[in-house]
Design a protein around this ligand. Structure first.
Ligand code: 3HC
Length: 287
């Protein structure tokens, strides 16, 4: 079947740009899709900024950065993805957006062996697989933010994913990308978000109830439990809209109150204070 060398990434936001970057740095030919030329340019700027950061911190030479950039091609036409052997979709965490992406990819991918991987945080993979004519070639491949830093990838097969596809997807993320893979069943939240999201939204409830300030809640977990960042700062990193969508999917799946997004989170999303990406969330960010 041959090793996967031509990869596609659809969606070049926070997660997609990180996935595209690690694929390019691993020596792959990477085609990146966005909805229009403006979004594609913004995606390219995001990847370039992250590679520049690598150069500044001494982790990457200027040559390596330029080589990685030369392996990336940006397009706003999913019709260009025909020759890809693996496409990872990382579009917005909304079922309509995922549906449009999956159905188009299913039509355009020429190789019957091509794999469609979804980086969804919480939408059931089976729901996405069922949109395609190749449900046995659809698998969840869930990365963590920031993708160049976090070592983990969750691999989520459905009842219909073929064993060969699971093996190829796992080999790709471990051998090609150097990540560590864990396998999870196709249940909303998989392993990590199922544990993380109730914790994060408990911190929002704690802030909302006036138990402590945002700074003290975060310091509590950083200094008391050696977390790299506190839950509210982590929510700002993930994006409050994404966190809300993930929590909603999990609530929809399990109907457990612990997954229900609290009012403060909803109001902050409605206000457009989505965290780092908008410059304001639980904290204010300059530049
Ligand atoms: N891209 C590339 N590298 C980055 C980066 C980025 N966006 N952000 C930080 N780094 C690198 C830095 O270059 C630095 O590398 P070095 O030590 O070799 O110089 C290293 O990471 C540490 O960065 P900083 O010193 O700038 O900052 P911190 O030490 O505060 O680390 C952090 C930042 C890596 C974000 C760290 O705080 C962390 O790991 N936080 C937890 C993140 C987390 O939990 N992510 C999972 C979110 S859940 C998720 O993604 C699932 C989804 O479905 C919701």
């Amino acid at each position: 079947m041959g090793e996967i060398s031509k990869v596609g990434v659809v969606g070049c936001g926070l997660m997609g740009s990180g996935i595209a970057e690690v694929c390019a740095r691993a020596g792959l030919d990477v085609l990146v899709g966005e909805i229009n030329a403006e979004a594609a340019a913004a995606g390219k700027a995001r990847v370039t900024a992250s590679l520049d950061r690598g150069v500044r911190s001494g982790k990457l030479s200027e040559d390596d950065r330029d080589t990685a950039l030369s392996r990336l091609t940006f397009t706003s036409d999913l019709g260009d993805f025909t020759d890809r052997r693996l496409v990872i979709e990382a579009v917005a965490e909304q079922l309509e957006v995922k549906t449009a992406t999956l159905t188009t990819l299913d039509k355009v991918l020429e190789s019957p062996e091509a794999i469609i991987a979804s980086n969804t945080s919480s939408i059931p993979i089976m729901e996405l697989a069922a949109l395609t004519e190749r449900p046995d070639h659809v698998v969840g491949v869930h990365f963590f933010n920031p993708v160049p830093v976090q070592k983990l990838v969750e691999i989520i097969p459905t009842q219909l994913t073929s064993d060969d596809v699971v093996e190829r997807a796992t080999a790709f993320v471990t051998t090609r990308l150097g990540k560590t893979a864990i396998r999870a069943r196709d249940r909303s939240g998989f392993v990590v978000n199922a544990l993380l999201v109730p914790y994060l939204i408990s911190a929002v409830r704690m802030l909302e109830s006036g138990t402590a300030s945002a700074e003290d809640i975060d310091s509590g977990m950083v200094l008391g439990c050696a977390h790299p960042m506190g839950p509210l700062r982590l929510l700002d990193l993930i994006g409050l809209d994404t966190a809300q969508s993930v929590a909603e999917s999990m609530y929809e799946e399990f109907k457990e109150p612990l997954y229900a997004p609290p009012p403060l989170l909803r109001r902050m999303v409605a206000a457009g204070t989505l965290g780092r990406k908008t410059g304001r969330g639980f904290y204010i960010y300059d530049g």
